[in-house]
Design a protein around this ligand. Structure first.
Ligand SMILES: Nc1ncnc2c1ncn2[C@@H]1O[C@H](COP(=O)(O)OP(=O)(O)O)[C@@H](O)[C@H]1O
Ligand SMILES: NC(=O)OP(=O)(O)O
Length: 321
């Protein structure tokens, strides 16, 4: 089916899959763009969002090394905005090249997006969002001594990472602007890195020290713009039960009730797969006719052609939107 409004969320780890150089990340996004343009070719309206966990963590590390009182490190909200700019630039550049190659005249534009969070969100007291590089247990123990205010956790069997507060998104300030762009035939790149986290204070929006989960922010945006489909792209083709065990089993089309059962059984790692599953559930609960899909960048062509991936529907419907 074509003519759908689709929000596609790209994982930060999936963008920084090989190495952290700009060239390697641009190459990953070039390959992503080759798949994403297929939605435009099919007549769908597309909104792209992306993560920034590895990138914003790396940026903070670079800033810590080079900062001086005259040239201070930027606060986390500003660092998130910086990654919206850099990743948005790579992505809109890659999309424009691919569209031009295909002779399709569609504009792609990155929107620096602010996302409202609650000042009293308990997440500010309990950091859960992994950012930056993966460390061995020994490295993380050493870093913990050097930077006692930081917290490190084990991230889905892949090593240890620093964690920062990740409050839930309440509103996307630029959702109306994003919708106007879509109505005018533009492909917006929005809520990058989960959006710049801001708190409402009277007439002002004040940035805060957090990294919002881009899956929750993408879900909120998808809800606000009335999307039909939320596609969450990460490093795995499917969501699994008993992930990384001999008995692991992929989930194909799955209902909200079934996923809630798996959540209760602790099947999905916090800070990695759990937010994706929760965002997918939130979306189909708020948009009962909609569907959410969790799959990999490398499986995107297969999803487009054959619908393979983990598909979450409000009831376990098998029909595609
Ligand atoms: N039950 C599960 N099924 C599939 N993957 C899982 C599961 N639990 C944890 N994971 C891990 O979660 C990862 C996705 O989270 P993450 O890398 O944080 O996402 P992102 O691509 O948004 O950066 C997968 O690549 C996988 O390693
Ligand atoms: N902000 C965010 O959720 O980034 P990742 O997708 O890279 O974790």
């Amino acid at each position: 089916m074509t003519g759908r409004k689709i929000v596609v969320a790209l994982g930060g780890n999936a963008i920084l899959a090989k190495d952290a150089s700009a060239a390697a990340q641009q190459q990953a996004l070039k390959e992503t763009a080759q798949s994403l343009v297929k939605f435009i070719q099919a007549g769908d309206e597309l909104i792209i969002s992306h993560g920034n966990g590895p990138q914003v963590g790396n940026l903070l590390l670079q800033q810590a090394v080079g900062s001086t009182p005259e040239n201070p490190a930027m606060p986390l909200d500003t660092a998130v905005a910086m990654t919206q700019g850099s990743i948005g630039y790579w992505l809109q550049n890659a999309m424009a090249a691919e569209l031009s190659h295909l002779g399709i005249e569609v504009d792609v534009a990155t929107v620096v997006t602010q996302v409202v969070v609650a000042q009293d969100d308990p997440a500010f007291e309990h950091p859960t969002k992994p950012i930056g590089p993966f460390y061995t247990c020994e490295e993380a123990t050493e870093l913990q001594v050097e930077t006692p205010t930081f917290q490190f956790v084990e991230d889905a069997g892949r090593g240890f990472r620093r964690v920062v507060p990740s409050p839930r998104p309440i509103d996307v300030v630029e959702a109306g602007a994003v919708n106007q762009l879509v109505k005018n035939g533009v492909v917006p790149i929005a809520v990058g890195g989960g959006g710049v986290p801001v708190i409402r204070r009277g007439h002002e929006l004040v940035g805060c020290e957090a990294v919002i989960d881009k899956d929750f922010a993408s879900e909120k945006l998808a809800e606000l713009v009335g999307a039909d489909l939320l596609i969450i792209l990460t490093a795995v083709d499917h969501v699994y039960v008993n992930f990384n065990q001999a008995t692991q089993k992929r989930l194909e089309t799955v209902s909200v009730a079934e996923l809630q059962h798996h959540i209760a059984m602790g099947q999905f790692a916090a800070g990695s797969m759990l937010p994706k599953v929760e965002a997918a559930i939130d979306f189909v609960v708020h948009r009962p006719a909609g569907q959410a899909v969790i799959t990999s960048l490398s499986n995107l062509d297969e999803f487009i052609a054959h619908g393979t991936g983990t598909i979450i529907a409000n009831s376990a419907a098998t029909e595609s939107v």
